[in-house]
Every structure is written in C-alpha cells, then in structure tokens.
Design a protein around this ligand. Sequence first.
Ligand code: IPM
Ligand code: MG
Length: 316
Amino acid sequence: MSTPSLLILPGDGIGPEVMLEVRKIIDWLSNHRSISFEVSEDLVGGAAYDAHGVPLHDATMAKALSVDAVLLGAVGGPKYDNLDFSVKPERGLLRLRKEMDLFANLRPAQCFDALADFSSLKRDLVAGLDIMIVRELTSGSYFGEPRGIFKEGNERVGINTHRYTESEIARVARAAFELARRRSNRVCSMEKANVMEAGVLWRDVVNEVHQAEYSNVELSHMYADNGAMQLVRAPKQFDVILTDNLFGDILSDCAAMLTGSLGMLPSASLGSPMDNGRPKALYEPVHGSAPDITGQGKANPSACILILRNGSPLFV
Ligand code: IPM
Ligand code: MG
C-alpha cells in the first residue's frame, strides 16, 4: 500500500498550536511504529486571507481534493469579523466541505469519566455518555439558493433557502444507519416536520431508506427543538442522532458541551467512497479557533490528536 497523504490546514487562533502537537504524534508514529504519512501543510481561513486575499486558495483546494485526508485546525477570529461575507474565514471551510462533497459530518459527544464533574449537567446524567451526531454538511440552509440581502421596497430583506433533495437526505441517512449498526443500533432523526416542508420530506425519505435497507435498526423521530431539550434533560437516551446542516450545527454544540470539555472531541466529515474504497475525508476538532486563549499554551490538543487514534469510531 502506498504511503497515505495528509494535508494539514492549521488555520487560525489555536489551530496552529494544536496542529503542532499533532505533528509530534505523526513523527512519533513514523519513528516508533513505522506508520508513515506523506504530510503537506497549507493555509485556510484568516491565515489564507492574510496571504492571498481569499480564505482558501484554488491551489489549496486542488491539493485537498488530491490527498487521502485533510486535517484542519480551526478558522476565524475577531480580526476578520468585518470582512466582506464572501471572503470570511468560514467560507474557506464551507468551500472545502462543498467541493470535497463531504456530506456526512460525524460529531461524537463522549464523556470521559475524569471530566464528568466538569459538565454543566449532573455527573449521573453524563457519566458514560456516548452519542454520535450525524450532521448533513453540504446542503440545507447554509448552501441553498436563492441567498443574499436584497432590497424590497424601501427596506432590505435577508434570504437563505432551506433546500434538500431526496438523494441528499437518503445518502446521509445511510451513513447514520451504517454507524448505528456498529454501535447500539439506534437512530433518532431530528427535523421540524411540524412546520417545514423540507422536514416532512426529510422524515419520509429517512423512513423509506429505513424500510428498504435498515429495518433491523431501531428508528425514531423527534422535532429538533424537543431534541435540544432532551439532550440536556436525558442525553443518554440517544445513540446516533441524524439531522440536517443547520440543526446539526446547533445540536452538536449543545451535545459537545455536555461532555465537560470541547477540547476532547474530534469530528470527521466524510464523502462517498473513492476508487480505493475509502471516503474523501476531512478531520477537525469540534472546538473553534478560541481567540481568547490563543498563543498561551493553554489549548487542549486532545481533540486533534484523537483524530489519529487507531480504531476510532471516526474511521469508517
Ligand atoms: C461548525 C462551525 C462551522 C459551521 C463554521 C465555522 C462555518 O460552526 O463546524 O460547526 O457553521 O458549520
Ligand atoms: Mg458550529
């Protein structure tokens, strides 16, 4: 087998310092375990904007498409808050997700026993917690058209479109069912079918995929607002949570915070299998760029390091 290639994109804030620790583990693996990677590094987010005037250079995008996996630190920071929307650091990450077609974002919320007392919930509610949120990542409100700020009469109107096709829903549902089979075999799908047509379609398609291909997996449905409430009421009731891009963004932050430390959580964004049978993949910590502690040697690099852990549920 040829040496797997990794593109490291440290990004902004604490991204570079946590990635430095990842580089040490990569070197250790190569020196002590004969596990080698062909590593390259490039810029994303504000760092890319500073160098090139765009949050992701075309050459970096091309590199990301050609490697076996991308490891990303974090993007964004107060310095870039007033930039035009089209060149904000976050756009670099969204472009990577879209062009690599990383439709399944796996966000585990696992509570390490030693950290259970740091959770904002009582220990017995979170000790042993092990949830996997599967968030759709390349469609929905963050990508739907039309979008923009338009003039309507004498006022402005802000528009985003929440749009999902059947095939977009079906492929991420399959990812959730496949994961559930390797865990506790339960999927809870969350949307707002009570008020959104796209939610009605989401529920229909999830049911169809379930009936046709995964009827031996236990499936339930929940409105996303109730899901948020249940996550802080009794989080251990969940195994795999399947949800869309917008709700997944919110619910995964909520779930992650239950574990006592965001710094311990890795995440994977996966696409369809390539010719070698492995999906296109981008791995990143769940935490953000944390400008308040940048450069102080305080950032916990565990999430980034756990990305590399052998046998991790993120390696599918
Ligand atoms: C996340 C982040 C991103 C998102 C930002 C940085 C674009 O909040 O990965 O959850 O909104 O998806
Ligand atoms: Mg988020």
